[in-house]
Design a protein around this ligand. Structure first.
Ligand code: SF4
Ligand code: SF4
Length: 289
């Protein structure tokens, strides 16, 4: 079962929930993987402390132009939808940060003046936590905008997707990296706060789950700080509220010190096991319908 944990914006407690969920399941002796797909700022490792001993670069093939062979015909620039290759004053220039590695320019070049060379986007790191959670995260290189290939490679990396329960900590927002992280999930947990901002972002995130046709439920974090707008919206949309985590100084303080929710509040273990049952039940209803 593949469960993604997503939210419309950062800082809602997505990672707190993903890591606590992984720990609770692994304490129950389930085989669990946790993939941190927030490649611009992964932080799940802080809470589950895996021993990182597996590493792999993520590269993308980008064009390299042989100036001797190039006639400056401009066909490569015409075919590139991303303006990543241009011909200026008879010289052909490549902008690696804009290139999507589609290979079209190489294919179209009549002079065979383009070869493809690897360009590093980031790195994957993986290992096991003390509780036995299979862990992996991607880290985008500084200044590198291409998050999608890093996420895509992480989701195919080693045996991460083979566990009984695969938890995917998605990037915040509703853009392409989020969609890439959610693709293939059986269920999506949307984490939000009970505030007008939380509601706004929940609407955006829910729209993405609907477009992907993946069933979703909601966890309200920092319950009690705002209004009832999120609850009303969930009722209106038929979205199940799976759990509410109240705002507590002890939780906030512990998380700031790098402790996981289960380390701070061991009684949450049962709540996360219950969450697993709720999702299993929700999926079996979807299967039956
Ligand atoms: S298509 Fe080939 S020959 Fe034409 S400008 Fe591009 S690299 Fe040069
Ligand atoms: S590989 Fe694709 S995206 Fe990159 S420069 Fe060539 S045509 Fe453009």
């Amino acid at each position: 079962m593949k469960i993604a944990i997503a939210s419309g914006k950062g800082g809602t407690g997505k990672t707190t929930i993903a890591t606590a969920f992984a720990q609770a399941l692994s304490k129950e002796r389930k085989s669990v993987s946790l993939l941190d797909c927030d490649v611009e700022g992964p932080n799940s490792h802080i809470f589950i402390q895996p021993e990182l001993d597996q590493f792999e670069d993520v590269n993308m093939l980008i064009p390299s132009v042989d100036a001797e062979a190039c006639t400056g015909c401009g066909k490569c620039a015409e075919v590139c939808q991303f303006h990543a290759i241009v011909v200026i004053g008879g010289q052909t220039l490549v902008f690696p940060e804009m290139c999507h590695g589609c290979g079209s320019c190489t294919l179209i070049c009549p002079e065979k003046a383009i070869t493809e060379i690897p360009n590093r986007l980031g790195i994957l790191e993986g290992g096991l936590s003390q509780e036995g959670i299979r862990f992996g995260h991607g880290i985008l290189d500084i200044g590198e905008p291409m998050a999608v290939p890093v996420i895509s490679k992480l989701k195919k990396w080693r045996d991460l997707m083979d566990a009984e329960v695969v938890l995917i900590d998605s990037p915040p927002g509703a853009s392409c990296p989020v969609v890439e992280s959610l693709r293939g999930a059986d269920y999506i947990i949307l984490v939000t706060e009970p505030t007008p901002f939380g509601l706004h972002d929940l609407r955006q995130a829910y729209k993405v789950t609907q477009e992907l046709e993946i069933p979703a439920g909601v966890i309200i974090n920092r319950a009690g700080i705002g209004d009832t707008g999120v609850e009303q919206y969930c009722e209106e949309m038929g979205l199940q509220i799976l759990m509410q985590i109240p705002l507590e100084r002890e939780i906030g303080h512990g998380i700031a010190q790098g402790k996981s929710l289960l380390d701070i509040k061991p009684e949450y273990e049962n709540r996360f096991l219950q969450l697993h049952l709720q999702i299993t039940e929700a999926l079996s209803i979807v299967d039956r319908s």
